[in-house]
Design a protein around this ligand. Sequence first.
Ligand SMILES: [Zn+2]
Ligand SMILES: [Zn+2]
Length: 262
Amino acid sequence: MLTLTTLASGSSGNCLLLSTGRTHILIDAGISCRRIKTALNAVSLHPSELAAVLITHEHSDHISGLATLTKQYDFPIWASRGTAGELNRRIAFLEDRLFPFLPGSSFCIGDLHIGTFPISHDAAQPSGYTVTDGHRTAAVVTDLGVVTEAVLAAASCADLLVLEANHDEGMLLSGAYPPFLKSRILGDCGHLSNRSAGALACAAVSGGATTVVLAHLSKENNTPTLAHSTVSDTLSCSQIDPCRDLQLTVAPRDVMGAPLAV
Ligand SMILES: [Zn+2]
Ligand SMILES: [Zn+2]
């Protein structure tokens, strides 16, 4: 059984826990070390029990707690070569603990098999992840501007999908962001809209996903209700019942989500 718990999700910080019961990993550490410790404690875990921390990319909302966490606890850190280079530059004494990989490669951590795939985002070498315990697979697909074949393949093999639903295009375009920022978010190296998330959710559910967690919502250009309803409507248009055929949830921004098991 794979259990996902989001510790935080959104542009103010991202961190999620995947656990088999024996092996526990974090994907990203974009909230303070103190918050990570408190959240782990709430699910009866201590940071010293973490088998590894996987980083998607070097933006601060994904790594802001990493420096302090690595000073206090001795876990390995997995990141793409490009991301590892950025981490090495920003955080002292990290080199010996970094396990760089090329997106597309795979490796094992404890009883988890980790797959990686490139994503299109304005960072050095961002990577998405699939995590499987041999029976069930979770895929983490956030911070990307376009859905590529590699992303589609990862989502289609997932039982549980953590899926970016960053913004509502109408809210973004009519909102207060300056034009360059709107272009960045809407561009191929930006973030996925609710509409794009809906299309990818359809592909994932058609491939067998039973749980979809909408994540990395913009505070300014989205609401949990809007993200949920847009994705639900897209699923319904594909003859997928969003209430009966899957569990569709939205990861809370600043607090832990309820653990989800597949
Ligand atoms: Zn982000
Ligand atoms: Zn980012």
